[in-house]
Ligand binder design. Sequence first.
Ligand SMILES: NC(=O)c1ccc[n+]([C@@H]2O[C@H](COP(=O)([O-])OP(=O)(O)OC[C@H]3O[C@@H](n4cnc5c(N)ncnc54)[C@H](OP(=O)(O)O)[C@@H]3O)[C@@H](O)[C@H]2O)c1
Length: 359
Amino acid sequence: MGVECFVTGGTGFIGQHLVAYLSAKGHTVRVLMRRPERLAALREQVDNLGGSGARVFAVAGDLERDNLGLSHADREVLRHARVIFHLGAHFAWGLSVEHSRSVNVEGAKRVALLAAEQKSRLVMIGGYMLKNHEHLQRIGIDPRSPQLTNWPAVYRHVGGYEGSKLEAHFATLEVMSTLGGEITVVHPATVCGHSRTGHIVDGQPLVELIRNLVQGKLTAVPGTAEHWLPLVTVDYLVELVAVCAFDPAMAGQELLALDDQSPNLRALLAEVAKPLGIRSPKHHISLRLLKWLLSIPPVARFLNSKPEALDFIQTTRFDTAALEQFANRHGITKPDIRQALQHTATFVNSCCLAQDKAR
Ligand SMILES: NC(=O)c1ccc[n+]([C@@H]2O[C@H](COP(=O)([O-])OP(=O)(O)OC[C@H]3O[C@@H](n4cnc5c(N)ncnc54)[C@H](OP(=O)(O)O)[C@@H]3O)[C@@H](O)[C@H]2O)c1
């Protein structure tokens, strides 16, 4: 039976797919929108992605505003939401600390407050770096005592986006535990396009990587043969997120959504180069050297990248046993990541890169 859901970030890449999935299952989905006049376009997109646009409704608001900027009437309607999915975030490199905190940290706390007040399950999207314990330790975060973290130092280390995602995670857990709310956190790896259609949205990290490869700006593989960019396809991720929300056993749990079959970075580049008929780099460039080069603004502009993007390329391996158990328990099949990469490259070439040429 369909239930009421509230989604923040429902107009974004992952959000569109989640809204499509939930509406296809018969749920009523209310989406927080800064520009509610775009509802018709969102409904059309949801239909295109296999959902039911007619079950999608706009709630005017903004993560940066007190009480999310909700009208009294919308606030009353949202009281019926059984699940609140929080995906809204400013996802970009080079954000200021002030701005990233305002959207990503304060926004997440506002959503958590709303969920806890009305006893809705909160499903929050974090990020897989929260499951990289060596990384957390290196930048001065002890997940058992996050209150001891020197946040300004963390932001200096990892930049506005990643710093605010890390801070938002612990701040949200704190709000939910203080108010006795139910939360589930899903930590996605870098998100790959849809496993069958390759659908992805311009601006996503993988689109930039493919664009750089096609434009000949990636002539060496960052890191070593051990370095990889852990991935998860958007359709697998969205199914995990939606199923988590209705599983009582997932209350108070965190789930790492990461495909451990993701190839190393060199093989990833070879995979996306294949359907495009282009060469992929064979030689490596050290991450330290590349980071230094990217600290020079004209080089960063030319290479269309930022030092922050390199933090996600790593050698750490992750324990995905809990994910596999969860997926098996619910009969969720993991798509083939290499095929998904090829479909994504084809989609990026025919949509995002074709638009570049038309400009
Ligand atoms: N994509 C990845 O590889 C990846 C990996 C790990 C974690 N994540 C996390 O997954 C979530 C969704 O990511 P995504 O890739 O789907 O991002 P996205 O495509 O950039 O979408 C961001 C969404 O947040 C909304 N938003 C931004 N600022 C807002 C504000 N002030 N008030 C209300 N809504 C606001 C945007 O709405 P507008 O339409 O109004 O701009 C959009 O719907 C984020 O929390 C991100 O950190 C993503």
